[in-house]
Write a protein that binds this ligand. Structure first.
Ligand code: PLP
Length: 401
């Protein structure tokens, strides 16, 4: 028997936060305990019939053969106007993948050699680090300068500091609108980062998976694509968040320079041969219709409810939420306090555990995003559940002494 049977890099992965939360919710429900599920990153509601029809027809018509490993040509073409980049790219720059997760893995495996550094935003989404480690790279978070009031967004000076400290940095990955913080890089901020990346000759990987979910009438701040920036920009997107009930269809995509795309297609042709064909036909149906802002409008109402009710939470501060469907509660005001049961509260995990045990409110601890001191709270639940859960949270937080 070898001394280890599983690669240490995989053994070191933290368990998936999402799956752990799902298990907790199921456990409490089975025990008949109250649950306010604000933990998962998923919208509610029904799949659009046209998306289902697209996939079902593909099954019926036998589109179940192997496809182009880069993705269905019609879908690759449709992705360009969906992102508004058809003037700048052709479909040879698009790869369709099995969810945005595989798109990320394609990027990491194609750009990073063992020991290279993947720079990440300072509150990275939970899978960024495990995926970079799986590519034998070293994930390093870029941190804002001390005293920055920019709600965990980093700027070009922060990035330059990180690149100087990490000569093997090959890419910088940001998510905007951001899971977990709900913050959005404004045009000036985004483009300063993109130009800094181009100057340092590292890729900016822009994960824009929530880009249609912008509130208060704002448009998604687009990166400026010109001859300087185009070689260094990779945009990553997918079906999972901007539509209802599409996360399990597992369709994501990238738009990237031709040579990077060729590398990713070659790689993908060996390890998945491309995503499921019927799911791609469903995605094509989704992108072929004008985008319906109904879900965004409904989420905006929930965002307002979260901000209004959240203001009444003792010891907690909420930020404005310009995009996505998460509120990132600053719970450091709970630290140093004691629960009615006599437990000391000193970490985000403690606060998350207390809210769950005392009120059945499920949140995602900031420790899963390198940000102890915060909780991620998803606001996709029905309004009544959201209101009742926030009332319960306020009640038990006021019991901390
Ligand atoms: N990027 C971010 C920021 C996400 O929140 C998620 C999923 O939650 C992903 C990527 C992965 O998306 P997918 O489910 O399409 O693989």
């Amino acid at each position: 028997m070898p001394s280890h049977r599983i690669s240490p890099k995989v053994e070191a992965f933290p368990p998936s936060l999402t799956l752990a939360l799902k298990a907790l919710v199921a456990e409490r429900r089975a025990a008949g305990l109250p649950v306010f599920d604000f933990g998962l990153g998923e919208t509610r509601g029904a799949l659009r019939p046209s998306i289902a029809d697209g996939a079902i027809e593909a099954y019926r018509e036998g589109w179940t053969v192997y496809g182009d490993p880069a993705g269905l040509p019609e879908l690759r073409s449709a992705i360009l106007p969906w992102l508004g980049v058809e003037e700048r790219y052709g479909s040879e720059c698009v790869v369709v993948s099995t969810g945005a997760k595989q798109a990320l893995m394609n990027v990491f495996l194609t750009l990073l050699d063992p020991g290279d550094v993947a720079l990440l935003d300072c509150a990275p989404w939970v899978s960024y680090q495990p995926l970079a480690l799986a590519a034998s790279a070293r994930p390093v978070c870029v941190t804002p300068a001390a005293g920055s009031a920019n709600r965990l967004k980093v700027d070009a000076a922060d990035l330059t500091r990180a690149v100087e400290a990490e000569p093997r940095a090959r890419l910088f990955l940001i998510n905007s609108p951001c899971n977990p913080t709900g913050q959005v890089y404004q045009p000036g901020e985004l483009n300063a980062l993109l130009r800094a990346c181009a100057r340092h000759e590292i890729y900016l990987v822009l994960d824009r998976l929530y880009w249609r979910l912008m509130y208060d009438g704002a448009d998604f701040p687009e990166p400026e694509i010109d001859d300087q920036t185009r070689p260094w920009l990779i945009q990553l997107d997918g079906l999972s968040k901007n539509f209802r009930r599409t996360g399990g269809m597992r369709i994501g995509w990238t738009v990237a320079p031709e040579d990077v795309t060729r590398g990713m297609v070659n790689l993908q042709s060996h390890y998945t041969s491309g995503p499921s064909m019927p799911a791609q036909y469903g995605a094509l149906a989704a992108l072929s219709e004008p985008y319906d802002h109904e879900m965004r409008d409904q989420l905006e109402g929930k965002r307002d409810l979260m901000i209004e009710r959240g203001a009444a939470l003792p010891h907690v501060e909420l930020w404005p939420i310009p995009g996505a469907f998460y509120s990132f509660w600053d719970v450091r005001g709970c630290f140093g306090r004691v629960t009615p049961g006599g437990d000391n509260v000193g970490t985000s995990d403690d606060v998350a555990r207390y809210l769950l045990d005392a009120a059945g409110v499920v949140t995602a601890s900031g420790s899963g995003f390198e940000q102890d001191g915060f909780l991620r709270v998803t606001f996709t639940a029905p309004d009544e559940e959201l209101t009742a859960g926030l009332e319960e949270a306020a009640r038990v937080l006021s019991d901390l002494s």
